[in-house]
Design a protein around this ligand. Structure first.
Ligand code: PLP
Length: 370
């Protein structure tokens, strides 16, 4: 976590009072929520009232798509289009949307994990309620042509949901994306885990489905996660001042890692997608002939934490659905590893990690032949 987020949370811990109470203690806590909401609104360039705090991006995506479906149950628009490489917080809504009378359809991506606007245009018609397209993919890190897809979707009157969890370090605004709904998460930007936000453009009809209180302007019942929101807000304020530095810190570590890996493990790996089109802190690599699970275990024993598939489903040995959607065969998909670098990573650490990866690779390869 960013030091600013920790500090803000430590201070907030000293306060007592429920933000919905009208006494002075309650109002002091309410003020902290307002400060955090202001920070989010400043970052997204949206109105204060368009920010809803949630428990994270998973809830935000559920809130957005199920809430839209609930609000439009009697309408004629029954299709929702989602990119084939969306996070499970979107794709796993298919059965629930089905129960509500809607069909979630996936739109394929290219071998480089990028959406093709033409394919979206071919599927869009006036029976589409919404489209879901992530700003950048969490596994391979590719940016998606959100603005183009949003323009096409708006032409047929569909609502645009964007999962922008991975791109808070990048300079964009909700208007530039053309988004009506945007999901964000605290723990991807140096804030705490278990808190997130949903941007809801004024006028977008999304029904509340967490009920039981009038919090968040009746859009999400339940006492707010005050400490989490305070930490998230502080991290966003830091981003407003230093997102360029933090992004460059990640890129410097990623590049140092790749340089060192090219030196000490030449020919044993290839980038899964062109890295210039990926997030600055991401390096998704294929290690042909090597089982990623075994490599991950060997790396973990040497102190390197990386992942295969989406981190949220770690522990599963199935090949990553994202890599399969890109057209990789299951064997190649099982050889993919995602390395990510944070704002606090350093090039020295990254080089150290590259040496450990080479060592782990040697062990796995030796055990395979031995
Ligand atoms: N969307 C993307 C692209 C993610 O990377 C993640 C988390 O890793 C999520 C959604 C889910 O976010 P949260 O963990 O806040 O529920």
């Amino acid at each position: 976590m960013l030091p600013e987020a920790k500090e803000a949370m430590r201070e907030a811990m000293e306060l007592r009072g429920n933000p919905s109470s009208i006494h002075a203690d309650g109002r002091r806590v309410r003020d902290l929520l307002d400060v955090a909401r202001e920070a989010l609104a400043g970052r997204l360039r949206c109105a204060f009232a368009e920010v809803v705090f949630t428990s994270g991006a998973t809830e935000s995506a559920n809130h957005a798509l199920l809430g839209l479906a609930l609000a439009h149950q009697s309408g004629a628009r029954k299709r929702i289009l989602a990119s084939a490489i969306e996070h499970p917080c979107v794709l796993q809504l298919a059965p629930v949307l089905g129960q509500l009378g809607f069909r979630l359809e996936t739109v394929p991506v290219s071998r480089d994990a990028v959406a093709d606007p033409q394919r979206w245009a071919d599927r869009l018609s006036d029976d589409v309620l919404a489209v879901a397209i992530q700003h950048a993919n969490n596994e391979v890190g590719t940016f998606q042509p959100v603005r183009e897809v949003a323009e096409l979707a708006h032409r047929v009157g569909a609502t645009v949901f964007v999962d922008a969890v991975q791109t808070m370090f990048e300079p964009w605004t909700v208007d530039e994306l053309g988004a009506d709904l945007v999901a964000l998460s605290g723990h991807k930007i140096g804030g705490p885990a278990g808190v997130g936000a949903l941007y809801v453009r004024a006028g977008t009809r999304v029904n509340a489905w967490i009920r039981g209180g009038s919090q968040e302007r009746e859009r999400r019942g339940g006492t707010e996660n005050v400490l989490g929101i305070v930490g998230f807000g502080a991290a966003v304020r830091t981003l407003l001042r230093r997102s360029g530095d933090l992004r460059e810190a990640r890129a410097a570590s990623r590049d140092a890692f790749l340089r060192r890996l090219a030196e000490n493990l030449p020919g044993a790996w290839t980038p899964t997608v062109p890295l210039q089109s990926a997030l600055s802190g991401h390096a998704h690599l294929l290690f042909p002939g090597v089982d990623a699970e075994r490599l991950l275990i060997a790396m973990d024993l040497l102190g390197v934490s990386a992942s295969a598939g989406s981190a949220c489903s770690a522990g599963s040995i199935d090949p990553s659905p994202v890599l399969l959607a890109m057209g990789l065969d299951p064997k190649a998909a099982r050889s993919g590893v995602r390395f990510t670098f944070g704002w606090s990573s350093t090039p020295e650490e990254a080089e150290w990690a590259a040496d450990r990866v080479a060592e782990a690779h040697g062990r796995v390869a030796a055990s395979r032949t031995g």
